[in-house]
Design a protein. Structure first.
Length: 197
């Protein structure tokens, strides 16, 4: 799949493990949709021509309105817990790049933008996003990447069966709303099978 660059967002303990901040705050059952897509991500990475890892490191209370007592106040805060570690299932992959972001969108990082430019020079014309959480960092990165490639012949997709969030986000309609918002912007939301052809 020489035309595809797969961008994996936040496959970290904080989002994916029962022992991470998300799992400890909401319970293991809330991670079932996240857990379900991990084997498929591993397979898709093996099939992709280019593979980019994006990780998050945040400040205390960054996404809890400075509420330092909130259960998610230490989400992906370095050295406080294991949240920042890549989960074992996806840690030994040979990625072409690894970017650590401090905001929701990977496009906030100069190094990541350089990797996208390099992929374009290599002939990549399809950028596929996967990972966690669908309605936050995956969505934000997809939109910013799509905007940056506006006017080019490159395509941006979010992989529907390689991206996930907490179970509640499916039951309350947030995941469906995210998919629709991406589609309305012109960002495709489709399965890996349809992407790989």
């Amino acid at each position: 799949m020489k035309h595809v660059s797969l961008i994996l967002i936040d496959p970290q303990v904080g989002f994916c493990s029962p022992y991470g901040s998300l799992g400890l705050s909401y319970g293991t059952e809330e991670l079932s949709e996240i857990d379900k897509v991990i084997p498929g991500i591993k397979m898709a990475l093996s099939e992709s021509y280019r593979r980019h890892l994006v990780k998050s490191e945040y400040g205390v209370g960054q996404f809890t309105n400075a509420d330092f007592e909130h259960p998610l106040a230490n989400l992906c805060v370095p050295s406080i817990n294991d949240d920042c570690k890549v989960i074992d299932a996806l840690s030994s992959i040979n990625y072409h790049s690894s970017t650590t972001k401090h905001q929701r969108s990977a496009m906030s990082c100069k190094g990541f933008r350089s990797e996208i430019e390099n992929d374009l020079e290599l002939g990549i014309r399809h950028f596929v996003l996967a990972g966690f959480l669908l309605e936050h960092c995956v969505k934000s990165t997809a939109i910013d990447l799509f905007d940056s490639l506006s006017g080019s012949d490159a395509e941006v997709s979010v992989c529907s069966d390689l991206s996930a969030s907490r179970v509640q986000k499916y039951t309350n309609g947030t995941a469906a709303d995210t998919a629709k918002a991406l589609h309305d912007l012109g960002i495709k939301f489709k399965s890996w099978q349809s992407i790989r052809g």
